[in-house]
Design a protein around this ligand. Structure first.
Ligand SMILES: Nc1ncnc2c1ncn2[C@@H]1O[C@H](COP(=O)(O)OP(=O)(O)OP(=O)(O)O)[C@@H](O)[C@H]1O
Length: 234
C-alpha cells in the first residue's frame, strides 16, 4: 500500500501551548483515514500542522516530498485541499464567486465533477453563500477543495451542526469523493466514521494513542470507550 502522507515526530504549538507532542502517523493512498479523539486532544491542530498553519517541528512527507518547511501556499500547490471546521465560506459572495476565488492558477478546475456531485450548487450558483442552509454551505466548502487537482483532502468535522438527513447526504458525497481522493477526516460522528473510514488514528492529549483499522476500533466497545470516551452500538 502506498503512503500519501507520512508524519514523523510532529510537534505543533498554538500560541504558548505545546499541543502536539511527537505525533507520527501514516495515511495510505485512497479512501478515508479518520483522525479521532476526545475534544481538545489536537485533531484540528494536526491538520493545521500538516498545512503549515501553526508553528511545528518534525518531518512531514507528502508523496515522498518533504513539505515540513514549506509555506502553506506551496503545500497547497502540492495537492492538499483543506475543508475547515466552520466551513468558512464567504457568506456575502455567491456560490459561483466562492468557487472562482478557490480556483488555483496552477491547477485544472473540475467544475464538471463539482456540479455532478453537488447539483444543488449548480442550481444555486447566483445565491449568496450566507443565505444557504448549513448542509449546502458544507457542500460548497467541499466543492472548493474538489475544484482543484488535489490528491489529499483534510476535512474537519464536516457533519457538525447538520441534521441527520443531511449527514446521510454528506456521507454519500464523501463516499464518492473518496473514490478519487485520499481523505483525512476529523469527525465526532462515529456512525459516519464507521461508514467511511478504513483506517483510524486516535489522539490523546497531543499524542497518538491508537492506530489501526477503523472497523476494529469501532467494533470494540472497551477500546472505543477508553479512547473516545463513548460507547458505540455494535
Ligand atoms: N489559538 C490557540 N491558542 C492556544 N491554545 C489553543 C489554541 N487553539 C487551540 N488550542 C488548544 O489546543 C488544544 C487542541 O485543540 P484542537 O482544536 O486541535 O483539538 P481538537 O481535538 O480538534 O478538539 P475538538 O474536537 O474540540 O475540535 C486544545 O487544548 C485547545 O484548547
Amino acid at each position: 500500500m502506498t503512503t500519501v502522507l507520512e508524519v514523523t515526530n510532529l510537534d505543533v504549538y498554538r500560541g504558548e501551548s505545546h499541543v502536539l507532542q511527537g505525533v507520527s502517523l501514516s495515511v495510505p493512498s485512497g479512501g478515508v483515514t479518520a483522525l479521532l479523539g476526545r475534544n481538545g486532544v489536537g485533531k484540528t491542530t494536526t491538520l493545521l500542522g500538516v498545512l503549515g498553519l501553526a508553528t511545528r517541528t518534525g518531518r512531514i512527507s507528502l508523496d515522498g516530498v518533504d513539505i515540513s518547511t514549506m509555506p502553506t501556499h506551496r503545500i497547497v500547490q502540492h495537492g492538499v485541499g483543506y475543508v475547515p471546521e466552520n466551513r468558512e465560506v464567504f457568506s456575502r459572495l455567491t456560490v459561483a464567486e466562492n468557487l472562482r476565488l478557490a480556483e488555483r492558477r496552477d491547477s485544472d478546475h473540475h467544475y464538471d465533477l463539482v456540479f455532478e456531485l453537488f447539483p444543488r450548487l449548480a442550481e444555486r450558483r447566483s445565491q449568496r453563500a450566507g443565505s444557504m442552509s448549513g448542509g449546502e454551505q458544507q457542500m460548497l466548502a467541499l466543492a472548493r477543495a474538489l475544484l482543484n487537482d488535489n490528491t489529499l483532502l483534510l476535512i474537519d468535522e464536516p457533519s457538525q451542526g447538520l441534521a441527520p438527513h443531511l449527514v446521510t447526504e454528506l456521507a454519500e458525497s464523501l463516499v464518492e469523493i473518496a473514490k478519487s481522493r485520499t481523505i483525512v477526516l476529523v469527525e465526532q460522528n462515529l456512525d459516519l466514521v464507521r461508514r467511511l473510514a478504513e483506517h483510524a488514528v486516535v489522539l490523546d492529549q497531543g499524542r497518538v494513542a491508537w492506530t489501526g483499522s477503523a472497523a476494529e476500533l469501532l467494533a470494540d466497545a472497551d477500546l472505543t470507550r477508553a479512547h473516545l470516551g463513548v460507547g458505540v452500538a455494535t
